[in-house]
Design a protein around this ligand. Sequence first.
Ligand code: ZN
Length: 288
Amino acid sequence: MTGTAIISLDCEGRWGVADHLTPEVASGLTDARLRQAYRDIIALLGRAEISATFAFVELFTRPASPETTRLVREYAEELPYLARAASGLAAGEEGWVGDWALDMAGRGQHEIAFHGATHVPWTDLSREQARREMELARPEHRQTMVFPRNEIAHLDVLAEFGCKAFRGARKYPSRAQSLLSEFDLAVPSQALPDRDVSRPAEIPSGVFINWMSGLRRLVPPAVTRRRARNLLADAARSGGVAHFWLHPENVATAPATLANLQAITEEIVRFRDAGTIRVETQLSALAD
Ligand SMILES: [Zn+2]
């Protein structure tokens, strides 16, 4: 059997942490650090000849403009999550504008996908607000979705706008359990659901690529590699999906995270060269 490997990246600058942007977090998400992280990740994927899914926060991909600043200030009146984004954009702060990141990712053989327009979790949005998010995105950039904070909601809105699939979510009851799961070496792969064009498909969520920050630094890279290898072996055996995901922002704030991505791409390439794993994006995985 042939399994499937997918790498997806949640691309968001400061939008992903807009509701808890401490000065310490902000210092890891400067323009220079973000550019370096995206450059390194794209170069690494290019060397491995891996096409990935780059799921962008739409407003992060827009150049700075008075219109965008005004729009976010307006939204912030009903969605407090966006208050810090509104003031940051108005002040011309770094980390909110990543049009260059979309340019970089768009030059490769990568899928550009949707990570919300504003990164407000969709469970906090009304149906109309969710529709507004979809309307802000370019149609070719919303064919598949990664939900902000992995909070899945409004699947009917996705369907209405022709979005074909979304990344599922593995939920842990606490941060400690999420951290401990990094040592679970027997994560099973999951099958892609059968095609049903009337609703978006749930792409198996797979595993987070360990972020070398805080207590997560205690997870040995060899464990992360072994876990990925076992997941790929299971996918190859069962014809399932081994999905790995990360934020480029995890590399910006903790550059040692790049070595984990490197190790996982090496494992993927090993299986691909052996003919037991096919590399896909979220979108291409759906094709027959
Ligand atoms: Zn996010």
